[in-house]
Design a protein around this ligand. Structure first.
Ligand code: SME
Length: 156
């Protein structure tokens, strides 16, 4: 997708989401809204959703759009576990090159996972987005999704 088109789509989607979740504090409602709006805004998003911190070192699936997502992911596995344990966004151009990638779908080629921390800096979830396109995600995705995850965390 051309950079200008992607930037415009994010400007529209993040603005729309911001208005929708502005005063919501129920995280399931917030995550469901974000997953829905993002998934339908970007054609290259083939799985869009959250994994929530469900206990020490454990993520459990939250609201998502797309095919079946695995229900639990320990912090020491997968791209989601790497984002949760490092606290850093994982931008993966080719999932086949990522050691320990968990393939919920055989068609996934690239992935981005962004940590979500609350206002005290405590990790509460990760936002996971898969694409069937190779190298679908770039710094525009990273910057906008991190901004969005910051917005979500401030509501928690
Ligand atoms: N690919 C993720 C697992 C979640 S499915 O993609 C929805 C990972 O490696 O952590």
């Amino acid at each position: 997708m051309k950079e200008t088109a992607k930037r415009l789509l994010y400007e529209q989607a993040v603005g729309r989401i911001g208005r929708l979740i502005a005063r919501e504090t129920d995280m399931i409602a917030v995550m469901a809204t974000v997953a829905c709006e993002l998934h339908h805004a970007f054609s290259y998003f083939d799985w869009t959703g959250f994994y929530r911190v469900a206990g020490p070192g454990l993520l459990k699936v939250g609201p998502y759009q797309g095919g079946h997502g695995c229900l639990q992911i320990p912090f020491d596995r997968g791209v989601c576990g790497a984002a949760a344990s490092s606290g850093r966004t994982q931008l993966v151009p080719d999932v086949r090159e990522f050691p320990g990638h968990i393939a919920c779908s055989a068609s996934t080629r690239s992935e981005i996972v962004v940590p979500v921390a609350d206002s005290r800096g405590k990790l509460i979830a990760v936002l996971d987005i898969d694409s069937d396109q190779p190298a679908a995600f770039d710094e525009i995705d990273r910057a906008n999704l991190e901004e969005l995850c910051g917005m979500i965390g401030r509501l928690a």
